[in-house]
Unconditional design. Sequence first.
Length: 240
Amino acid sequence: MSIKAIKLHYEVKRKLNRINTSYSSNLSVVDLDSALNEAKDIVYENYAAILEKNTTIRNHMRELEVKGKTLLPVAKFEHYSAYRIPIDCYRLMRQVVVATRKSCDPRSLIVRMRQTDDVSEILVDPYRKPSFDYEETIADEAGSDVIVYKDSSFDLGELTIDYLKRLPDVAAPSLTKTGSYVNSEGDTLTEDRDLIISSTNLWRKIVDVATLIIQRDVSDIQGFQSQINKILSMDKIYTQ
């Protein structure tokens, strides 16, 4: 399911008209799409950050979760294997890799993501380094790949991941006089692009934040960041 871009436009204009009727009359389709997409990025980043600590938020975002995607190594080296991250991946979640060792049955190792700065230290720490026996290893991201580490005693096979998909931009060129416009990336848009998630909680927050962004852009709001935080703060309460 999805939410029509035209509906998002209507809801933002309705909120703006309650504040100042001159806003919507002077607001172009391009500007409103831009505000909606900035708001979409702000809300989605906030939700993604607290997803695994908040069951309610996770339920709102089920439509964007991909589970059990299997990846094969694109490159194998002595101490690690590289796997290409799906192009629609926004945030990696759970990861498990198949490990093999001579005279042993294959095992599934839990993969724990680490910061690149910490990897070198972890790889020489006897209590935290990759271990076939303890069935866990570490990984980090490098460009478009996820790097999964190993030691010389075992090899790595397929990697299974859960991840959040990217939330594409919305657009409503059908509302322009010509039925099209050129966006900030230089692409000519001729078809509406709807919000691909139907969660009422999520799209209404996007509308609220977009309304604030438009007010900010006409210098008619104070404490912009604090008001953004207020809109999003109720979701964070339940992560403690």
